[in-house]
Design a protein around this ligand. Structure first.
Ligand code: AMP
Length: 111
């Protein structure tokens, strides 16, 4: 499958990796939108969060728990977790990922 994040998770494309375990990989975003901008990605390919099923419930939880560990390691007390689902919401890579953003004030609503 020709998927950028599958290749990054497999180590076939370089990334600045900050975390990994048996099911999750996390690396710095190539075009950061905040001083800390990490993408938390499942090793398993799921194209978008709306494609996740009951069988992915634990995996989705793992993404969030990994993000919390990374935030702590990065020294973030306040941070934002974002999943863009679909082009209209800003999704550009169709392999589910959680954005961890921090290190600057965050406004609401997001753009
Ligand atoms: P999204 O727009 O929610 O699908 O997020 C995709 C993110 O992947 C964007 O923030 C991009 O900057 C980031 N990105 C694209 N290519 C790479 C790459 N090779 N390494 C790290 N981040 C990337």
């Amino acid at each position: 499958m020709d998927c950028l994040f599958c290749k990054i998770a497999a180590g076939e494309i370089d990334s600045k990796r900050v975390y990994e375990d048996d099911r999750v990989v996390a690396f710095r975003d190539i075009n950061p939108a905040a001083p800390v901008h990490v993408l938390v990605v499942p090793r398993e390919h799921v194209s978008r969060i709306s494609e996740a099923g009951e069988e992915h419930a634990e995996l989705i939880g793992r993404l969030h728990l990994a993000a919390g560990k990374i935030a702590e390691a990065e020294g973030l007390k306040d941070y934002r977790l974002v999943i863009n689902c679909g082009e209209g919401a800003g999704q550009s890579v169709f392999h589910v990922h959680l954005h961890l953003l921090g290190g600057r004030p965050m406004s609401w609503p997001p753009g």
